[in-house]
Design a protein around this ligand. Structure first.
Ligand code: COA
Length: 427
């Protein structure tokens, strides 16, 4: 780890202090070797004063216990029908697993409590079939969760729900995580799923908005295993219910939780509600971020050197593209009103975020802005990205003589010999 990693981590710490994360772990992940690392990640989250609720599945353990007992079960994941013998084996397997998790949490000095705070009712008759002991979350006992969380205790929630009559139901753990996340106004839900969920040929994108998630499920549903489809569906619903970020992670990856939470690239797939990505004006405090973003491009002679004073002088011209409040790209529009001209300048996308459409997005953004400002001639100067501006932005090669007089003088003095590109904006 180097100093810049530490800086990246530290910027997230104040944002998440005393916020709630719901970590939902599949039974198969609990059974895997990597679970001891997951426990250590939870200990780090707690040490940073992040409130953690741990929800676990048990499908894997239910199937194994049923096999041991030579029992044919009606369903193991809490989505299909649960008959009476399946409910019994589900309770036995789930509670055994809860106990194992409690032991694991004790081994990393974390205080935890098994909690019966999921109030459920029968899922009822679906498609003409009585689902018997399959339950649906009716309500989350928020007060009970808060009592534990306020005391620094991790509530551990098995995939079971209870009704006021003392009956137990088998409830799918993904849906439990969704309901808890919504009711506790969690900052995140993190689904840790088995590696086998990630077998789709083209994988999952790193970031998905809710409409993109819904579109993906419509078009490529059959590419994904049912467990992953269920997580994506619940993730989109959680965002709609007010959870800002839901992460789907490979539970076999060491430090998956920490890498996802404390880096803006992450390692899994993040489903986000809309304010996650934004283009915004810069303020005085952002000048340093712009300078550090463009440093490498200046070094490579892709962009012209700018001093802090020069940026400050034209502060209102500069824009930042942020992902999750971290700046990943910038652009500027300098105006020459006398010539109805504008310059698209300082376009830079950080290396880690190249080829994800951000450059095109910022070009289109500046073009729209320029139109709003009455610009007729949008130009750009480039040493190495002129074909990008031509092919992706519709700019055409032009003569330096077409530049506004003030800009032409600077161009000639710079000796950079950049190519001049022009786009005529028609209203
Ligand atoms: C040029 C730059 C802004 C592109 O940003 P980006 O976010 O990676 O680009 P997008 O994801 O929107 O577009 C990617 C497409 O542009 C193409 N592209 C990227 N850089 C290119 C370049 N220098 N020349 C030609 N095409 C380029 C990619 O091959 C890709 O093509 P495809 O869609 O056909 O696969 C970015 O690479 C950068 O910051 N470069 C350094 C600074 C610079 O030169 N700025 C321009 C000053 S005017």
């Amino acid at each position: 780890m180097n100093v810049s990693d530490l800086r990246e981590i530290l910027q997230y710490v104040p944002r998440f202090r005393e916020r709630t994360f719901v970590v939902a772990v599949d039974g198969e992940v609990v059974a895997s070797e990597n679970f001891s690392n997951v426990l250590l990640d939870l200990a780090v989250l707690r040490s940073l004063s992040i409130r953690v609720v741990l929800v676990h599945g048990a499908s894997h353990q239910i199937q194994r216990l049923a096999a041991e007992r030579n029992l044919e079960i009606s369903n193991s994941d809490g989505i299909g029908l649960t008959d009476a013998p399946t409910l019994q084996v589900s309770i036995d397997a789930a509670i055994r697993l809860t106990n194992e998790i409690m032991e694991g949490l004790s081994s990393v000095d974390l205080r935890a409590a098994y909690i019966n705070a999921i109030i459920a009712h029968p899922a009822g008759i679906l498609g003409g079939v009585d689902q018997q002991y399959t339950g649906k979350v009716e309500r989350v006992d928020v007060k009970a969760f808060k009592l534990l969380l306020d005391e620094g205790i991790i509530p551990v929630v098995p995939p079971l729900g209870f009704d006021g009559e003392g009956r137990t139901y088998r409830v799918n753990s993904d849906s439990i995580a969704l309901e808890i996340g919504g009711e506790l106004s969690a900052a995140k839900i993190l689904y840790l799923t088995p590696s086998t969920s990630f077998t789709s040929p083209s994988g999952l994108p790193r970031h998905l908005s809710v409409p993109e998630t819904q579109d993906l499920l419509k078009k490529r549903r059959s590419d994904f295993v049912p467990g992953l489809v269920s997580k994506l569906e619940y993730a989109a619903r959680a965002c709609v219910q007010g959870v800002p970020r839901v992460h789907v992670l490979d539970g076999a990856v060491n430090e998956a939780l920490l890498s996802e939470v404390f880096s803006h690239d992450g390692i899994g797939t993040m489903i986000y509600s809309n304010e996650y990505q934004q283009i915004r004006r810069i303020f005085k405090k952002d000048v340093r971020a712009v300078m550090s973003l463009i440093r490498q491009s200046v070094h490579n002679e892709e962009l012209v050197r700018r001093t802090r004073a020069e940026i400050l002088e034209h502060l209102e011209d500069y824009w930042l593209l942020e992902i999750d409040r971290s700046p990943i790209a910038c652009v500027a529009l300098h105006l020459y009103p006398a010539e109805s001209a504008g310059e698209l300048a300082c376009l830079h996308v950080s290396r880690a975020h190249e080829n994800q459409g951000h450059g095109k997005k910022l070009m289109a953004f500046v073009e729209n802005l320029a139109r709003e400002k009455g610009v007729k001639h949008l130009f750009a100067l480039s040493t190495q990205a002129y074909s990008f501006l031509q092919q992706k932005g519709g700019f055409e090669s032009a003569e330096p003589a077409l530049l506004p007089a003030e800009r032409r003088a600077k161009y000639e003095a710079s000796g950079r010999n950049s190519k001049v590109l022009l786009k005529t904006l028609r209203s």
